[in-house]
Design a protein around this ligand. Structure first.
Ligand code: S3P
Length: 173
């Protein structure tokens, strides 16, 4: 799989902590295509962090920006696009992604996800009295939707970022 062979943007989807950004970056380097990240684009355009956007303008505003940014990024040349964990939940986003891209669900179990997000304060949806329970609730509601992705790649604690990127490349063949 090389840049010339990549006809569609590879869209990384899945829960926070699944490794979408880290694996997406490694994948883009291997494929020789640009890496884009919808959260980073939203933050740059607003000149605010995701938690600041959530607390100032609310989640609905963030979701609107997220859909607009994803639509814009999908119009460009094929690349690797990492999306925020909630992006694939909106049916309009799923439709756009399936028309213009190939979706890859980075599937991790709840224990792995919790270990990766527990010490970070960058996820506004986990700013609850019991973030672990919140993560589980989100996970259970979202898994059936992520399962609609074109491809599924397992993200576990034993596999390196590079190996996961190689798994995505194998799945794309
Ligand atoms: C969200 C995940 C975050 C970010 C926002 C909402 C979600 O992205 O978009 O905090 O709904 O799961 P990551 O999946 O990159 O953490």
């Amino acid at each position: 799989m090389t840049r010339a062979a990549l006809r569609k943007t590879v869209v990384m989807v899945g829960m926070m902590g699944a490794g979408k950004t880290a694996v997406g970056k490694a994948l883009s380097a291997k494929l020789g295509v640009p890496f884009l990240d919808s959260d980073a684009e939203i933050e740059a355009a607003a000149n605010m962090s995701i938690p600041e956007i959530f607390s100032r303008d609310g989640e609905a505003f963030f979701r609107e920006k997220e859909s607009m940014v994803i639509a814009r990024l999908l119009e460009g040349e094929p690349c690797v696009l990492s999306t925020g964990g909630g992006a694939f939940l909106a049916s309009a986003n799923r439709r756009m992604i399936s028309e213009r891209g190939v979706s890859v669900w980075l599937k991790a179990d709840i224990g792995v996800l919790w270990n990766r997000v527990r010490h970070k304060d960058s996820r506004p949806l986990l700013r609850t009295p019991d973030p672990r329970a919140t993560l589980r609730t989100l996970y259970e509601a979202r898994v059936p939707i992520y399962a609609e992705a074109d491809l599924t790649v397992i993200s576990d604690a034993e596999t390196s970022i590079e190996q996961m990127a190689d798994r995505v490349i194998d799945a794309l063949r």
